[in-house]
Design a protein around this ligand. Structure first.
Ligand code: SF4
Length: 398
């Protein structure tokens, strides 16, 4: 038996990929330890969404190599063409494989010892269930199709089985994750995302269901109906905008205009809508950036995950990075400030009204629309609360 630790950098898909490796190692009889305690084996599931993400991934691998006998570097950055991890210590193995193959490869290398814990629980309250991987869109700035390959989906039967298992293990919330969820297809089973949402959402015992994120072109009548008509679905949707300027959207090859973005989200006006935005894309002028702020405001978006543009190897815009770093920094700060004030405004609207909060950490939880609440209740409980005031971290429960 080996001791091991797993950590991930980046998005929810990276999280589920890391957990797949973790589950596989637990199933093989290996013992998990906290990452900072050191162990025989470390798995670092990496991210390459920006240059900074790759730098942090490399740093995490270097640190792990000091405290672990063997380190496996997996995930997006491990699959980048180039030598991002060149020169790391000899005990580091870079696993440049698709996410589906990675758990078997790592487990095979560590050495299986027999199945003793096939039902390892991942997290006390929330579980991420991957339904799809890869992307067949080709946004000009994005390295994901290069490192994760084309879109492919898990069979609905496998998703429903895993989701039921997670609920039986006691998870109260499930998050369906994928790189481009709207591309979900199980042709043999006759499923697209809306049907899957309805069926996962109807699993007895499940309290909450969310989607990790969805491209705006996939927000159609059928999906909106599934979200609205499934009682367990949270009133929250994360829809990447990237830019509010039509010229920049075209240069990014994003397949929609700002008016399409606004029109598609109109039926979800009561949802808490969050987004991603890139600042400092090569063709983003000051005026274009102002249009991004305006669209965020007009769409009623709250939390904005801001990504200062950084050219990624192998992409169409790999050689183009003409917006100065100081401008990116200033635009990032303005966007984050707009996001903070939009969040505060939404939270203030809840003062005096009731919500049902799922407590996922000591003192904290999320309401029905995924707004953060500060509550005093046991982790794992769903509690009815009334908003008393607002702080910078969320809504204070009375
Ligand atoms: S939709 Fe575009 S930004 Fe999103 S993963 Fe696919 S290529 Fe990248």
């Amino acid at each position: 038996m080996a001791s091991f630790s797993v950590r991930f950098l980046g998005c929810k898909v990276s999280h589920t990929d890391a957990h797949d490796v973790r589950e596989r190692l637990l199933a093989d009889g290996h013992a998990e330890r906290a990452h900072d305690l050191g162990a025989d084996v470390a798995v670092v599931n990496t991210c390459c969404v920006t240059h900074e993400a790759v730098r942090k991934s490399r740093q995490a691998a270097t640190r792990a190599a000091r405290t672990h006998r063997r380190v496996y570097v997996t995930g997006c950055a491990a699959n980048l063409a180039g030598d991002e991890f060149a020169g790391l210590p000899a005990n580091v193995t870079v696993v440049a494989r698709r996410s589906e193959q990675t758990p078997d490869f790592v487990a095979g290398d560590v050495g299986a010892l027999g199945c003793v814990q096939a039902d390892a629980r991942l997290d006390r309250v929330r579980a991420f269930v991957k339904i799809q991987d890869g992307c067949s869109f080709s946004c000009n700035f994005c390295v994901i199709p290069l490192v994760r390959g084309a879109s492919r989906s898990r069979p609905a039967a496998a998703v429903l089985t895993e989701a039921s298992r997670r609920v039986a293990q006691g998870h109260r919330e499930l998050v369906l994750t994928g790189i481009n969820l709207g591309c979900y297809r199980d042709r043999a089973g006759g499923y697209k995302l809306p049907r899957l949402v309805r069926e996962v959402g109807a699993i007895p015992g499940l309290d909450r269901l969310r989607l990790s994120s969805i491209e705006v072109n996939h927000v159609d009548e059928e999906l909106v109906a599934a979200l609205r008509e499934t009682p367990t679905v949270s009133r929250h949707l994360h829809v990447p905008l990237q830019s509010g300027d039509d010229g920049v959207l075209r240069d990014m090859a994003r397949r929609y205009t700002s008016s399409t973005f606004l029109r598609r989200l109109e039926p979800l006006g009561d949802f808490n809508l969050t987004t991603d935005a890139i600042v400092g894309f090569p063709t983003e002028s000051d005026a274009a950036f102002e249009r991004t702020l305006a669209v965020i405001d007009a769409a009623g978006l709250t939390k904005v995950h801001v990504f200062p543009y950084s050219p990624r190897p192998g992409t169409v815009t790999a050689a183009d990075d003409r917006v100065p770093a100081t401008v990116k920094k200033e635009r990032s700060a303005r966007l984050r400030a707009a996001s903070d004030s939009a969040c505060l405004a939404r939270w203030r609207g809840k003062v005096g009204s009731e919500d049902v909060v799922l407590v996922d950490r000591p003192g904290r939880g999320y309401g029905d629309d995924y707004s953060p609440w500060l509550v005093d209740a046991p982790v794992g409980e769903l509690v009815r609360v009334r908003g008393a005031a607002v702080s910078e971290e969320g809504i204070l429960a009375a």
